[in-house]
Design a protein around this ligand. Structure first.
Ligand SMILES: Cc1ncc(COP(=O)(O)O)c(C=O)c1O
Length: 473
């Protein structure tokens, strides 16, 4: 909604045309690129898998926002838990006091994560959790006599957050001018992609190549200088839900162990049951990482919440030595902890991890049916109810749709017209393809899945028709 106001007086007055059409503040979207052609509906309310805008148009939340809203919208039990915690105790600073709900929530999370993840450090979101993992490992290295360990290795492509330190870890070539001379970037190794593998490779041989590249990178940097390898064990917004072969996970675990490098699984997006296990790491129990980070589904959008999970022996050792001396004002916030508890109640009561498998299977077979009838669905991939659909110009050659046509934006526009809110994204300006994510709330019913698939079929047919009109297909 734009409001026509007079230009504000003061130092910034007249700097831009937009100051005359946006109200003061402008909302978060005032900061986004002006050229964004996709409408951003003003959402008024939500219930279950649905969101309604101010004009009462209803949308299915196809991707749970950016894979956040795992228990769906408008859950009164969670809202009540939040309100009653806020009335009882809204805040107690973790450096000065402990609070019961934080203690209980940490214990419950650690039990679900299982052996190796006994200590829980809460944050206000995913980027903070990844930063805490890195800060924790760096402080542990210094405290245990390994101060040269400061290099971080991540994948190209990858996404780990939007703070300056995590931006510098992301495998996103488009960020180079922003980061150049501004932040210390991580070292990159190729991500084990499954669809766009180089011509002379199979998925398996490429995964072996990627693991060997990690080993070579550690050798090049000197293992004594490498702090950690950070990876999304199942991809999200950067790779479009790439699932590496098990042998890759086993190989990177072995490499990190033998080289004395910490392995961090960034499960901000793929954790919390999305892939059909509580942690994605539980798919490979014999190759568990040293540290796991989580967020998104933890509070399912009801409150800002993230977590860094670490083994008791490391945390307790550091605690004896120097302690992990960094905190935010909102660590261990009682209201967020109460939300986390109430979300876990929903997970257990509704058996949402099992439903991720059940409904995920239904959605995947529906998407595969669409793939066989539509010319632009190049790849369907993912695990559980974390699925991505890659759009291509030609299924046989895998040639991408032209980036300047903004295919990821077009699918969103057609989706909105068909009552779907879809998260879509190209990484690195389309270098790794264009895709959208199908990851609705885990609470979605069988009938709602059918409705979602029907609307998606229409959305994709509309996109195909548009591309044909434009002469692209
Ligand atoms: C894998 C991964 N790591 C980290 C983040 C950053 O989380 P947040 O946006 O909560 O800071 C994200 C967000 O999309 C993510 O997908």
């Amino acid at each position: 909604m734009t409001t026509h106001l007079q230009s504000p007086q003061g130092p910034g007055a007249g700097r831009s045309e937009r100051t005359t059409v946006l109200p003061p503040g402008g909302g978060q979207t005032a900061f986004y690129a002006k050229s964004n052609m996709v409408p951003l509906p003003v959402i008024d309310r939500g219930s279950g898998i649905y969101l309604w805008d101010e004009d009462d148009r209803r949308y299915i939340d196809v991707s749970s926002g950016p894979v956040v809203s795992s228990i769906g919208h408008g859950n009164a039990r969670v809202a009540d838990a939040m309100a009653s915690q806020a009335k009882r105790l809204e805040y107690a600073f973790a450096r000065l006091a402990r609070n019961r709900v934080n203690i209980d929530y940490s214990e419950r999370l650690a039990r679900l994560a299982g052996p190796g993840f006994e200590r829980v450090n809460l944050t206000s979101g995913g980027s903070e959790a990844v930063e805490n993992a890195i800060k924790f490992l760096r402080q542990y290295a210094i405290a245990t006599g390994k101060p040269s360990k400061r290099q971080i290795i991540t994948c190209e492509p990858s996404y780990h957050g939007a703070t300056i330190a995590t931006l510098a870890m992301n495998g996103e070539v488009a960020l180079a001018p922003f980061l150049d001379g501004f932040a210390t970037t991580s070292h990159k190794v190729p991500a084990p992609l499954s669809y766009r593998v180089p011509d002379d490779h199979s998925i398996g041989s490429y995964a072996r190549h990627c693991a060997a590249a990690l080993d070579a990178k550690i050798a090049e940097l000197g293992a004594e200088n490498v702090l950690a390898f950070v990876i999304e064990p199942v991809g999200g917004l950067s790779t479009g839900c790439v699932v590496p072969p098990a042998e890759y996970i086993h190989a990177i675990r072995e490499i990190c162990t033998s080289r004395g490098v910490h392995l961090v699984f960034d499960e901000i997006l793929c954790g919390m049951g999305r892939t059909g296990k509580f942690l994605a790491a539980h798919h490979w129990p014999e190759a568990l990482p040293d540290i796991v980070t989580m967020a998104k589904g933890l509070a399912s959008g009801y409150s800002p919440l993230g977590a860094m999970l670490a083994p008791a022996d490391m945390v307790d050792e550091l605690s004896e030595l120097t302690g992990f001396e960094f905190q935010y004002s909102y660590n261990a916030n009682p209201v967020s902890s109460a939300v986390g508890m109430a979300v876990l109640d929903e997970y257990e009561g509704l058996d949402l991890v099992a439903r991720a498998v059940e409904r995920g299977t239904q959605l995947r077979s529906g998407l595969e049916a669409l793939q066989s009838s539509l010319p632009i669905l190049g790849d369907i991939r993912g695990l559980g109810m974390l699925l991505a659909v890659e759009l291509v110009a030609d299924k046989k050659t895998k040639v991408s749709l032209p980036s300047d046509l903004l295919p990821a934006d077009r699918i969103r526009i057609h989706g909105l017209r068909n009552g779907l809110m879809i998260y879509s994204r190209p990484t690195s300006g389309g270098k790794y393809g264009h895709w959208f994510i199908v990851s609705p709330p885990l609470t979605i019913s069988e009938e709602e899945c059918e409705d979602l698939l029907r609307r998606l079929g229409k959305t994709l047919s509309d996109l195909v028709a548009e591309l044909r009109d434009m002469g692209t297909l």
